[in-house]
Ligand binder design. Structure first.
Ligand code: HEC
Ligand code: HEC
Length: 477
């Protein structure tokens, strides 16, 4: 009896052991293939800024192998030929991903967005040139809303199935039997669901003027998504900003309306806005980004400058602009009330006291925090460093070049094309008229809500030769 009992006992123990091993093995395989995070470290600060993970892959990253084949499988959902390039992504020679796209293995390779997708400029001196990439400059080409809509259209396409997608992936990569099973039954269906959900969460944009390339509504997605504030009818369309030279901006408010006063918090909200979660946000990686943009000098004007004329222009600047725009100017980096500056009010009205309060409570209990978001009553008198590459101008990108900004609002263009990155050194802005700009650019109409080019009348009554000298000086900033 006793012997039998102990035999049964040891059989039970053995079965249990086998079960534990099996479950453990399956668990391990599952973890390894779906969740295992492989940290990547990119040594160069500039490369890290462009390609390094900031923690956006976990929640909103598309599995890399799927992301790679989408333009080939669904070209009709893109705005033009040449794959992701038609959405304003730029590939540097020899790089696997475009500027602003990271690749990280979390179980399987996933794609993520970095700060550089919006915060890296390109320009060409002539149409036949290869674009020069300038990290931390504002992108004029990246079409963020177009990208979200592309992913949604792919996910809605009835052909978004394993049978259609897997052979295309296998064209690039050898898949194991396990890979194929995981992609077929788990990764492809859950990616489709996530892309649809993400796309649908932007449906409110359908009833408002398009962002177009180089612009986003920076905080409405955050308000309606992360902060769970009911959808309202505000329009926050705003131009990308440059990030260089932050060491010279100490004490300045940040964002077009100065809704933040801490650079660290602005950097971290940038990552959350890009799709990092409170848990996945890569704080160490972002500290490196902050250091990089603090120390980075603005790019110098890549065309000849008339030094004598510029010296004359510096006097005009001193008299008309320095109080608000010189580094060390009395009002530089502070918010100028809307009643005084008179530019389009939509972007300002998009941000609310309620949103600021909610954001300030958003990361309680984490080892980073938000305390300095606020509601203001105007727009920031920004520093003008690297100004030449920041066209089109004003917070909504409504004025194509500096020549136009120095004209009175009724003489500024009411329709122009933005997103074409060939530079005009005389007007100080990107070419915004004519057929090449029209063909590859986005038609910007200033009469649409949020797009007005009114206000900022400074310098508009200067004599023609003073304007010319001032523009020459502004090239040197
Ligand atoms: C999808 C595009 C996009 C991405 C990605 C993005 N930003 Fe921005 N960023 C913007 C826009 C647009 C503004 C201006 C928004 C406004 O205030 O209206 C801005 C403003 C800023 C500012 C304020 C600059 C100043 O001088 O006031 C900082 C700093 C900043 N971003 C840092 C970051 C960092 C760091 C990341 C990555 C973690 C990031 N951003 C990711 C679009 C983006
Ligand atoms: C009273 C303060 C004040 C004065 C004076 C002033 N500006 Fe501005 N400037 C602002 C504010 C505020 C903004 C942001 C307005 C907006 O985007 O709605 C701005 C924006 C700009 C921009 C756009 C920057 C960008 O990145 O798009 C340029 C360029 C500019 N100013 C040039 C000038 C010049 C040149 C002068 C002198 C002729 C001048 N400003 C005088 C307050 C001022």
């Amino acid at each position: 009896m006793g012997v039998l009992k102990s035999r049964i006992g040891s059989a039970i123990v053995t079965t249990l052991l086998i079960l534990v091993l099996l479950v453990g093995t399956v668990g391990y395989i599952g973890w390894y293939n779906l969740l295992r995070e492989v940290d990547t470290y990119i040594e160069s600060p500039a490369e890290h800024f462009k390609y390094g993970s900031i923690g956006t892959e976990n929640d909103q990253g598309v599995p890399y192998w799927i992301w790679e084949v989408l333009p080939r499988l669904f070209p009709e959902h893109l705005p033009g030929p040449n794959g992701y390039t038609s959405l304003g992504f730029t590939w540097e020679e020899g790089k696997e991903t475009p500027v602003g796209v990271s690749k990280k293995t979390i179980g399987f390779p996933r794609q993520g967005i970095t700060c550089a997708v919006c915060h890296s400029a390109t320009y060409r001196k002539a149409p036949e040139d290869i674009p020069t990439v300038v990290p931390a400059g504002p992108s004029v080409k990246f079409n963020s809303l177009g990208y979200v809509r592309f992913l949604k259209a792919c996910a809605q396409d009835p052909r978004f199935t394993a049978d259609y997608i897997l052979p295309e992936i296998e064209y690039n990569h050898k898949l194991s039997v396990l890979d194929k099973l995981l992609y077929r039954f788990l990764i492809i269906p859950s990616t489709q669901k996530a892309m649809l959900e993400q796309g649908t969460s932007f449906d409110w944009t359908d009833s408002r003027p398009d962002w177009g390339p180089g612009r986003i509504d920076p905080f409405n997605p955050v308000k309606f998504g992360m902060l769970e504030i009911p959808v309202d009818d505000t329009i926050g369309n705003s131009d990308m900003m440059s990030l260089w030279n932050q060491k010279q901006h100490q004490g300045f408010a940040l964002h077009w309306d100065g809704l933040e006063t801490s650079l660290t918090e602005t950097v971290n909200t940038g990552a959350l806005g890009d799709g990092a979660t409170r848990k996945s946000i890569n704080i160490a990686g972002l500290e490196r980004v902050e250091k990089y943009i603090s120390e980075l000098d603005p790019p110098t004007f890549p065309f000849p400058v008339d030094e004598v004329l510029a010296a004359k222009g510096s006097q005009v600047f001193e008299n008309s602009c320095a109080a608000c725009h010189a580094l060390g100017g009395e009002r530089t980096g502070t918010v100028i009330p809307l009643a005084e500056i008179g530019t389009d009010r939509h972007r300002l009205d998009m941000w609310t006291e309620e949103a600021a309060d909610k954001y300030n409570n958003f990361a309680e209990g984490y080892d980073y925090d938000f305390d300095q978001l606020r509601k203001t009553d105007g727009y920031l008198a920004v520093a003008l460093d690297g100004l030449w590459l920041r066209a089109p101008y004003l917070h909504n990108g409504s004025v194509p070049n500096l020549q136009d900004l120095l004209n009175s609002p009724d003489q500024r263009p009411q329709v122009f094309y933005r997103g074409y990155d060939v530079y005009d050194p005389h007007l100080m802005g990107f070419v915004s008229t004519g057929s090449p700009a029209q063909q590859s650019g986005f038609r910007y109409e200033t009469q649409l809500p949020g797009n007005s080019s009114q206000g900022h009348l400074y310098g508009t009554t200067l004599a023609a030769e003073d304007k010319k000298a001032l523009i020459e000086y502004l090239k040197t900033l």
